[in-house]
Design a protein around this ligand. Sequence first.
Ligand code: CLF
Ligand code: SF4
Length: 309
Amino acid sequence: MNRDGINLKLKSDKNDGRLQIEKHPCFNKEAAELYGRVHLPVAKTCNISCNYCHRDYDCPNESRPGVTSSLITPEDAVRRIYDVKKIFNVISVAAVAGPGDSLAEPYDTMKTFELVRAEFPEVALCMSTNGLNLADNLTELEDRGVKFITVTLNAVNISISRKIYRYVDYKGVVYTDKDAAGLLLERQIEGIGKAVKMGFTIKINSVLIPGINDFHIKDVAEKAKKLGVYMFNVMPMISAEKSYFYKIGVKGANRKDVINITKGLSGINVMEHCRQCRSDAAGPLNEDLSKKLCESEVDEDAGECGLRL
Ligand code: CLF
Ligand code: SF4
C-alpha cells in the first residue's frame, strides 16, 4: 500500500502487455480504428528547455504545437475519463503527456496513475517524457502498472543536441551548452535501456528539425534499434511562435519531409499515423473529442471546459 492507501501491487504478466499493444491506438495502427486514448494534462512544469518550445503552449515533444491545454488535478483526471467514456466508450489507454514534462515533478503524474489504475484497471497506462528523470522513476512507474513510455530523443550526438537544448535542470543544478546536451543524452540512454530491460514497451519520438538534425535521424533510429525500442516516431517540427528557433528563423518541417527521411528505415516499427495530439486529447486518434467534452461538461465549480486551473 502507498501512503494514500491504494494498493500498488497491480502488476500483470507479460501476456497482458502483448494484449495491451493490440489495443493501443498509437503502438498499433489497426487499433487506432477501434480504440481511443485519453490524455490527462496533470504535468505542469518542465526541467529542460528545447529551442522549438514556448512554455505558453503544450510540450511539442508529444503534442500539437501552439495549443494550450488547461491543467487538471489527479482527482479530475478520473472524472475526465468517466466524462470521455460517456461520449466514446472504447477507451483502451490513459496517458500523461504534458502540458509540461510528466516527470519534472512526478508527484501528480504518479498520483494520477494510482487513481486511474484503481478505478479503471482495464485501461492501459502510458506516459511521455523528455527522459531526463526517467531512470530515477522507473520503479515507481512499474509499481503503478504503467506499460508504455515514449521518450523524445532528437539526437544521439552532443554536437547536434547542444543546438537543440538551451538548458537542463537536473536535481537543482542548471547545465547549459554541451554539459546540458551530454547530461540529457546520458540520462535518456540510461532511462531507455533500463526501461526496456524492465519490460516497458518503449516508443521514441524524434522531432525533425530542418538543418539541425534531419541528416541525423537515421542515427537516432539505429540507436533505438540497439536499445530494443519497440517503435520509432518522427514528428515534423512546427516551431512554436515566440520559441527560440522561431525567432532565429529555423524553418519547420512537414509530413512529406518525415516520409522522405523514414522511408529507408528497417528493423524497427516506424509509426506513420501520429496526430501530434494535444496534451488533453481524448477519444480516437482521428477525432479529438476534447472540444466536444468542453461543450458537454456542466460542472459549475470547474474552470473553462470543465478543467480546474
Ligand atoms: Fe498519448 Fe503518446 Fe501514449 Fe499515444 S499519443 S502519450 S503514445 S497515448 Fe499517439 Fe498522439 Fe502521436 Fe503521441 S498520436 S502524439 S504518438
Ligand atoms: Fe518544452 Fe522541451 Fe519541456 Fe517539452 S520537454 S515542455 S518541448 S522544453
